[in-house]
Design a protein around this ligand. Sequence first.
Ligand code: PEP
Ligand code: MN
Length: 308
Amino acid sequence: MRGTLGLPQDGARRVCVSWQERFADAPDVLVSADRRQTVVPVLDLRIGAGECITMAGPCSVETEFQLIATALHVRRAGARILRGGAFKPRSSPYAFQGLGLEGLKLLARAREESGLAVVTEVMSVSDVPLVAEYADILQIGARSMENYSLLEAAARSGKPILLKRGLVATIEDLLRSAQLVLDCGNPNVILCERGIRTFETALRNTFDAAGIALLKQITHLPVIADPSHAAGRRDLVPALARIAVAAGADGLLVEVHPSPDEAWSDGEQSLDFAGFEAMMTALNPWIELRSQELEQREESIEAVGVLG
Ligand code: PEP
Ligand code: MN
């Protein structure tokens, strides 16, 4: 079966029209005839250009050995971007808050050693210039998604923004925050589904795979998925990664640690090196299917005429 967009064609048209009505005042985040797909340049990478790009690394930067060993390993296994938190938003104020500037310096060293680009979180307006000096992508964490002054400052740094969906944010809320970054003159926004809070308590969060598929229909911004925070358990990370790729995600953000049980944060959801490598290998056929699906989707968009 070819070119269905996963919906009857008329349904797809109605979905796009209803979002155009909702965002009539500020439609820049929505797909349109002259804005089909944003491609975010990061060093020599192009996020959103078709390739599924994996960002991987520890939840928190801990030590030079931990970070460099992880960077070299994830690169060998196919990751293109190194993640690692130097400023950490934690559920408890008594938990490890990150190494701060020392963590940023270690990230810069890991970039030099591995050639990987670096994504790291910025938590406060006053830290933006410092974090922007070291990072290739600024991550806005789930707990900061609606911090508009932080979004503005991060946007004005000119660095690409990885915008994580808030714990209780709707798709519309996420797009409103993205719109603010665009309004500040920064077109380089990557959206990230990382699980949301629902009545379900069996897992850390509820992974909104349908949200990824929907975002791929209605916005031109690249969409990635974080299966680690969504699941909260490392054994489920590969399955959620497959689901994200099948839903059309432009990339993944995955927590990896040399010895997850000793991690200073989020060890229970971090893959070890062997687990990450196995996940990446097992993803290959799904990535291939995704490429075919994307081509068909392009044809379908033409056929449906959703863009007017
Ligand atoms: C993280 O990426 O380590 C993180 C804290 O994520 P989130 O903001 O999605 O909870
Ligand atoms: Mn984490």
